[in-house]
Design a protein around this ligand. Structure first.
Ligand SMILES: C[S@@+](CC[C@H](N)C(=O)[O-])C[C@H]1O[C@@H](n2cnc3c(N)ncnc32)[C@H](O)[C@@H]1O
Length: 452
């Protein structure tokens, strides 16, 4: 692909991602297919797009030192500068002079002489003088927010809950790449066989300590392996695998997954049930039900019945005491998965967290009667925020006194993980900086036998 076309595609992608927040991975996939981007350019395109988004606030801080803030700048020009600065400062794949040359070329073709001299001026200035130091920023919170490109409200919030050091580690971890992990389909292949086969294909792999089905891929693109393409394994973050493990599903059980799409955890549960029993899986969005069916069929699992439903109303669909296990993997702010989807950190507001907590509690309250006595209910989110995690569990327990936290949950956590977890009386918080996983919260509740 011609360099100009590739860089121009990246600018268009970045502009669209900024408008259609939350769908970066879909937009990138679409653009790669539409433009027949070669595998070599695909890696560079993905790296520049995610990197530029991930470092947006830092890049704007640098850029603002070199431009007249009063002058209005067209969005594509700002994007061109951002992505060029990202490459100059954070990547060493292309020499600075080539980055500047390409940027000026794009500015000439897309704009006019005035724009190309502005772009040339800013980038040459950075090349000659470097970028301004963030040590000039007096306020600790603001400095951390700018250095790690997180919104100030979020940094303040995390410091308030977790302290400065943990917040700093978390924000820094959100800038780093994390290894992909996969889960084997154990009814089709063992972990040992899968690891040997992947090594033969040139992958570098390690077993996960979170699940006996988990493998960490340190090197290689798993999508290209036949093991992935033919459903011998599926991509899943290690932290999510803990849910399937800790729910303790057994063959023959009847299980409810209230918020199921795209089907990562429900297929894990079906595998652990050896594809024997019944799973009712729901999601609010009809379109997403197809994703659950697709994943189940790829993995050759047949016990999942997926249907659209609002989980807040499931008490109207099922009779009380129906299920042996219930999973509520709730819709959440996703602040634990910033590393993989960096646009999340700019698209959320503090008020969203409060709204989500209301929905999460409503879902839990709706499914609570549906669990059999002595059954187990898992509540999980891929976020790092007490309002959506511990506080929701606390309120739920207050409103449903038949439920208690299963204290055995804490005993089951592998010893090597315990020290780095945020353990409270309401559940377990995984931080993204601790184990190369997403940030994740989970807890297991038991419904006690009613005294009456
Ligand atoms: C964290 S995701 C679930 C991920 C899934 N458990 C997995 O492992 O692949 C939360 C899901 O909840 C769905 N959702 C949002 N509001 C809902 C509601 N009121 N009832 C049911 N599902 C809902 C979203 O569409 C989303 O697919």
């Amino acid at each position: 692909m011609e360099k100009y076309v590739l860089r121009n595609t990246i600018i268009d992608l970045l502009l669209r991602i900024e408008q259609d927040s939350g769908y970066s991975h879909l937009l990138i996939d679409h653009e790669i297919k539409k433009n027949h981007v070669s595998p070599k350019d695909e890696g560079l395109l993905t790296e520049i797009v995610y990197g530029t988004i991930n470092r947006k606030i830092t890049l704007d801080y640098y850029m603002n030192h070199f431009i007249n803030k009063k002058k209005k700048m067209e969005p594509w020009v700002r994007m061109l500068l951002r992505m060029s600065l990202y490459q100059m400062i954070f990547l060493d794949k292309v020499p600075d002079h080539a980055i500047i040359h390409e940027a000026v070329e794009i500015a000439k073709r897309r704009g006019h002489k005035g724009i190309s001299s502005l772009v040339n001026g800013v980038l040459r200035n950075v090349q000659r003088n470097g970028v301004p130091s963030t040590s000039e920023i007096k306020d600790n919170v603001e400095r951390l927010a700018i250095e790690t490109s997180h919104p100030t409200w979020l940094v303040k919030r995390w410091i308030n809950y977790y302290g400065y050091e943990t917040t700093k580690e978390m924000c820094e971890a959100n800038l780093n790449h994390r290894a992909t992990s996969v889960r084997i389909q154990p009814l089709r292949i063992s972990r040992k066989e899968a690891m040997e086969e992947l090594e033969k294909q040139g992958f570098e792999v390690r077993p996960s300590i979170f699940s006996e089905q988990g493998i960490i891929i340190d090197k290689g693109n798993i999508i290209k392996s036949y093991l992935f393409q033919e459903g011998y394994l599926t991509i899943q973050d290690q932290s999510s695998m803990l849910v399937g493990e800790m729910l303790q599903p057994n063959p023959g059980m009847h299980i409810l997954d209230a918020c199921s799409a795209p089907g990562g955890k429900v297929t894990h549960i079906a595998e652990k049930m050896q594809n024997k029993g019944w799973i009712d899986a729901h999601d609010l969005h009809a379109k997403k039900i197809k994703l659950i069916d697709k994943k189940a069929s790829e993995l050759q699992l047949t016990i999942i019945d997926a249907k659209k439903a609002d989980a807040r109303n499931l008490h109207e669909t099922y009779r009380p005491d129906t299920f042996d296990r219930i999973l509520v993997d709730a819709p959440c702010s996703g602040l634990g998965v910033i590393r993989g989807k960096p646009d999340i950190k700019y698209n959320k507001e503090e008020a969203d967290i409060t709204k989500l907590a209301t929905i999460q509690l409503a879902i839990l309250n709706s499914v609570a009667p549906l669990l059999k006595e002595e059954g187990k209910l898992m509540y999980s989110t891929c976020t790092v925020d007490p309002e959506e995690n511990e506080h929701v569990v606390k309120q739920f327990l207050h409103q449903n006194n038949q439920y208690i936290v299963d204290s055995k949950l804490f005993d089951e956590i592998p010893e090597s993980l315990k020290d780095s977890l945020g353990v409270s009386e309401y559940g377990v918080q995984l931080f993204p900086q601790s184990f190369q996983t997403d940030g994740f919260f989970l807890t297991r509740l038991i419904k006690r036998v009613s005294p009456s």
